[in-house]
Design a protein around this ligand. Structure first.
Ligand SMILES: Nc1nc2c(ncn2[C@@H]2O[C@H](COP(=O)(O)OP(=O)(O)OP(=O)(O)O)[C@@H](O)[C@H]2O)c(=O)[nH]1
Ligand SMILES: [Mg+2]
Length: 452
């Protein structure tokens, strides 16, 4: 058995965590108080696999292998007093007295220090309770000071203390058009630099505008709330971890996925997409076929980040199917997709598909009152198109930084100003890395010949 530990940092990380653990509990038949649901129709084999994410502290009582950390006590207090208050270990809900006021350096230095040591101590205790720890899933947003700054500290400490364990981030990056705080571009650039410096092995990039549009356009939710957005994010993580939690027809474990998805260590930012999204009124209609769902996950409207994959090339795709899936249908569908001109792969890696199939059907938190979806798929893909996100981030950073606007808030907290320029240069280098990965090998040959 391989365990993972979920680390939720800052308001966004914690609120995504609320949805995540609600879904995990549903999938493993665990009630909000941590007691296992026993009774008719519930297969024991389902719950047996839950030990990768839950620890059984006494017979039938389960506690998540998770930790919630925020400088601001308010969001965690909601967990402490909410429906799932007896699910979590109270020592693993860690807070300070006030938030980091959207400033990376406050989360990184000042306030962060107050909770860093205690958080690392609790993480160590969680790690010690595992037989064979596989790694960490880290949830945060880059917009605020805690999610960007404190989370960076935690990532870098984990890379030292647990350098053999995987570190996977589920990160809400700023949306291209909506902005909730003025200094978001600074925080995001500083965080991106930190995640490239030994911070993360793989990062699933989420943006709120993209998931908002999915809720509004596909699920007919008039005013999507954070809670709706988080429910969609939770589904991606559920698919990612299915292979360690349930027996599958074709199991793809996390390490295999990593090997296939990351051709170069810096190209670690992934797109994710899910299908099908079925609006309420269409639920009774015929459910889509394996080919239809496989095709839909390549649609830019299904992507959890605003990014058009047609403007880049895929380096690798991992297709994680759930439900009533026949492997032959999957192979046929993928063969068909490979002939489509709109799905372009880099020429140095033309067959980069990795497939996982689990019999466990997808649970949907948003539509939990409706019948289960028969078959679904989640795709994690590495596409050079993701550089659009970094170009946008870099543009917004420059707008502020050419005037040094708001920079004093960061420098005043103990950061050297050169960290701004180092970080933005790193983002520029990343954009270049993606560009080079997309260059045709034949063009590269010509390029070399010209200079010989
Ligand atoms: N998807 C999603 N995004 C959220 C949620 N809560 C906040 N955000 C986004 O996260 C960014 C703000 O970061 P927060 O997580 O609130 O900040 P923080 O990490 O608590 O940091 P400080 O409050 O500055 O200490 C904005 O882009 C918000 O839109 C949430 O529950 N779900
Ligand atoms: Mg906060």
């Amino acid at each position: 058995m391989k365990e993972i530990i979920c680390i939720h940092v800052g308001q966004c990380g914690i609120q995504v965590g609320n949805a995540q653990w609600e879904l995990f509990c549903l999938e493993h038949c665990i009630q909000p108080d941590g007691q296992i649901v026993r009774g008719e129709g519930i297969k024991n084999e389902i719950s047996e696999d839950s030990s990768s994410i839950f620890q059984e502290i006494k017979l039938g009582k389960y506690v998540p292998r998770s930790i919630f950390i925020d400088t601001d006590p308010m969001v965690v207090d909601e967990v402490r007093n909410g429906r799932y208050k007896s699910l979590f270990h109270p020592d693993n809900l860690i807070t300070c007295k006030e938030d980091a006021s959207n400033i990376f350096t406050r989360g990184f230095y000042a306030f962060g220090k107050q909770v860093l040591d205690i958080s690392l101590d609790r993480i160590r205790k969680l790690a010690d309770s595992c037989n064979n720890l596989q790694g960490f899933f880290i949830f945060n947003s880059t917009g605020g000071g805690t999610g960007s700054g404190l989370c960076s500290q935690i990532m870098s400490r984990l890379s030292v203390d647990y350098n053999k364990k995987i570190r996977l981030g589920i990160t809400v990056f700023p949306s291209p058009q909506i902005s909730t705080t003025v200094v978001e571009p600074y925080n995001s650039v500083l965080f991106t630099h930190q995640s490239l410096c030994d911070g993360l092995d793989l990062n699933i990039v989420i943006d709120n505008q993209a998931i908002y549009d999915i809720c509004y356009n596909y699920l007919d939710i008039e005013n999507p709330s954070y809670s709706n957005l988080n429910q969609l994010t939770a589904q991606i993580v559920s698919s990612l971890t299915t292979s360690i939690r349930f027996n599958g027809t074709l199991n793809t474990n996390l390490n295999e996925m990593f090997t296939n998805l990351i051709p170069y260590p810096r190209l670690l930012f992934m797109l994710s997409s899910n299908a099908p999204y079925v609006p309420y009124e269409n639920y009774c209609c015929q459910q889509p076929s394996t080919y239809q769902i496989s095709n839909s996950v390549f649609d830019s409207n299904n992507m959890m980040a605003k990014c058009d994959p047609r403007k880049g090339k895929y380096m690798a795709c991992c297709m994680l199917y759930k439900g009533d899936i026949v492997p032959q249908e999957v192979y046929k569908s993928i063969a068909q997709l490979k002939t489509k001109r709109t799905i372009e792969f880099v020429d140095w890696c033309p067959t980069g598909f990795k497939i996982g199939i689990s019999r466990q059907p997808q649970f949907t938190l948003i539509q939990k009152d409706l019948p289960q979806i028969e078959r679904s798929v989640c795709m994690i893909s590495n596409s050079t198109a993701i550089s659009q996100l970094f170009e946008n981030m870099s543009y917004k950073f420059d707008q502020l930084y050419t005037k040094r606007a708001f920079a004093h808030w960061f420098v005043g907290e103990g950061m050297d100003e050169c960290e701004f320029s180092e970080s933005i240069e790193d983002v520029a280098a990343l954009i270049k890395d993606y560009e080079e990965a997309g260059v045709e090998t034949s063009q590269e040959d010509n390029f070399v010949e010209e200079y010989e």
